[in-house]
Write a protein that binds this ligand. Sequence first.
Ligand code: BGC
Length: 932
Amino acid sequence: MANAPSLTDIRFEHHPTGLGVNETRPRISWRYESKSASLVKNWLQTSYEVEVKRKNSSETKPFKSDSDSNILVPWPDSPLTSRDAASVRVRAFGVSSTEAASTEGQATPTEWSDWASVETGLLERKDWSAHFITSSKRTALPVGGKRVEYFRPIRLRKTFRLDSKPARSRLYITALGVYVVYINGTRIGEEHMAPGWTSYRHRLQYQVYDVGDLLQAGQDNTLAIEVGEGWYAGRIVWGEGVTCFYGEEIGALAQLEVGPEKGSGQILVQTDDKWEWKESPILSSGIYDGEEYDMRQDYQDWTKISSQEQKSSDWQAVKKLQFPETTLLASPCPPVKVNQLVKPVSISESPTGKILIDFGQNLVGKIRIHSLSRPSGHLLTIKHAEVLENGELGVRPLRCAKATDRITFSDNILKDYSPQFTFHGFRYVEMSGWSPSDATEPLTLESISAAVMHNSMLRTGHFECSSAPLNQLHSNVTWSLRSNFLSIPSDCPQRDERLGWTGDIQVFGPTASFLYDGAGFLGNWLRDLIADQKQAGGVVPFVIPDVMPNGPWPHESHAIWDDVVILLPWALYQWTGDDLPLRECYDGMLDHLKVLPRDHDGLWDTEVWKLGDWLDPSAPPDNPALATTDSTLVSDAYLVHITRTMARIADVLDNSKDKARFEAEAEKLAQAFRYKYIAGSGLVVGDTQTALALTLVFNLHEQGDQAGRALAAARLAKWVKAAQFKVSTGFAGTNAILPALSLDLPGGTKEESNLQYAYKMILTDECPSWLYPVKMGATTTWERWDSMLPSGEINPGEMTSFNHYALGSVAAWMHETIGGLALAEDQKGRVGWKSFRVQPRPGGDVTSAKTEYLSGYGWVRCEWQVVELGGTKGKKFVMDLTVPANSTAVVVLPDADKKGQHDGLTVGSGGHHFECRFEDPGEWPPKSNLPF
Ligand code: BGC
């Protein structure tokens, strides 16, 4: 339609494809195209129409709604049942404001969207008639006769006959362990480490595949599954760790169903005791230690063997396992895939003569060897590490993870090889048994790649600016997200840890929400959190899935970490407008507030151990919790903040009683905080970057005490200058320090503004700072400010990862303050980018930025630059903005104060161009207050 935008991207819940949803009433969303050709000015949706075609009917049912929402609108038809399917298309009606004025709101329709399909998985336990199966003897390798060290992967298969090609076929499959599956020799799907890691005792995911193209009518077909130990039975947690945490038998469950396009189908084949099994030629496959593959023990074509050959004697009958007490659910997350292949940038020899391959990028995944033949018995050993030390592979930070893959050759060619059931965090590889000087097939830059693995979420956020080091910092943050969103949001991806530490994602959630559409992935993880928290009696476990209920750390509450149960659902709600995570986590939120140990004033018990401002730069290598800022103060500041957030959450959930209760409680706690920590003048007894920043950002001064706030802000500026603009915050203070320096303090003049200090801090590259790792050549975010010491030596501490996203939480400030895109509520209090704030605040020597975000409405784009006008004319600020249909932006330009437009101008959809005069927000570069 001429004056209406195009509808695109129909989605169901937060599901990546719509195939295999768990909801009987999947909510529907769509976006609007924001290509400049299709941008319609000031367009707001006034109603929509959905058409639904059900699986067993030729009828198309129309549904109309007067709603102006295009995000997660209710399922309009009767509920779906198990294995049910429907096609849906949408068109919307809307007005542009000029049109509304002239035609009294005569809404024009968009074109119909394309049809999108949705299909449920197996929704109930009774839908599964398959059995979990395993090998009939244990395939674990006992080490030292003491405990199970590794499970050797197993292969399972079944040959079956198919008379005619079905119109519709679905494979439902999962494993106790991790699996790959084949039909007639072809690997199904592109997922790695399936079914993914969840809190298996509560929730086990299965995958749904359409396998129609692979089935062959009129002949035998083979379904073949290989299963490795994965997180289910492999070694997890650090040091000697825990093995068999979830169970002592690895196995698989699969059900292949076929049928006509419409009507009910039949189960063609399912895992049961008629299957057979054999040991895999993969001798061991550990997540921490890597994989060992013996080509001599491999047997070709096992995935497509015919029924006669199938009777070969060394395949044995499988054993049925008891169906576990867990909820099976179709995975709502985008699968873990190989999303990129990275070629090496160099191959060199180390001082001790080792062959080192540098991929030029720290990443997570596994190597891929394109093709190689070597004599039978030849051993290739591939060790992985993130950094070099003294020119050699720096493996010490990996602690007890061997991160080594080994291949023993047969006479066959190794083709397109990657280890099957492991992943490593690495930039460098040490290769033994293959070198550039080999006479046949020498190792070259073309012989090997690094396959980058992570959940294949949709990339939604991009940022670049005129500062190359800041762009590298942003790239590092993005790579650390990609590296640590592999099945769960993990702390780090390389050492003997790789756990879902709650504090890390709590501080990084807002940054992550900009960069990728993580709603499905993080929402799924939160469901594990709720299940595990309940199991733990209301205390949020340190890591989710909780694999440390019995230590090594004491099971008790911690601020910042446990606060994830409140702050992450809140962040997801703010970014997507979906209140489901709030509803699902609400009881867990209440439990967290109930069980945390308090003093008589309601604040945290001062005596209990707290992680606090973990890993601030002054914390010694062997004691990451020994921060400069009192850990109780940090925990208390967060406690006031989360209690206030609870009042807002209760409000969203229409729970007025709880809203009032939490408002009162938050006020009481804020008063207790002031009594304990804030002097009458406004200064904060903590008197550190973290203490002052949290007090300012969480607004902990008495309401209206502007003088006190201003004094605290000045004090923060003083310490920042005294630190020569270097950072002294840890996990808790890092996402607050730059926002605190960027606050507009009432009564402050431009010259008194601290914004230039924020810019100076982010642009400083002296250790500790965000750009110090960039200066040292980092390509991911480090766990410590000085994971690599200025001397080039690796920090001697145990916690020295080079791929931790927590300190990358600063990127949220970059998107908001440099880029200019920030969350806001519309006039009706709606979130999720229905309305957003556009307020770039240029500073430092950053003269331009381009920021893009794919909101639930469509692409938001903001591109600005500061232009010198020449002579004494000063500078001008120029900005182009794209606002997607059905949303509005509140634009605050740099001269807004001067024009009395501090609240900004509201603009509707379309492309907008702005210009205004620009004055630097203060002296640049600002000077330290030290005399030397
Ligand atoms: C992890 C951190 C985590 C911390 C909690 C570490 O071992 O790597 O990122 O939050 O422990 O204390």
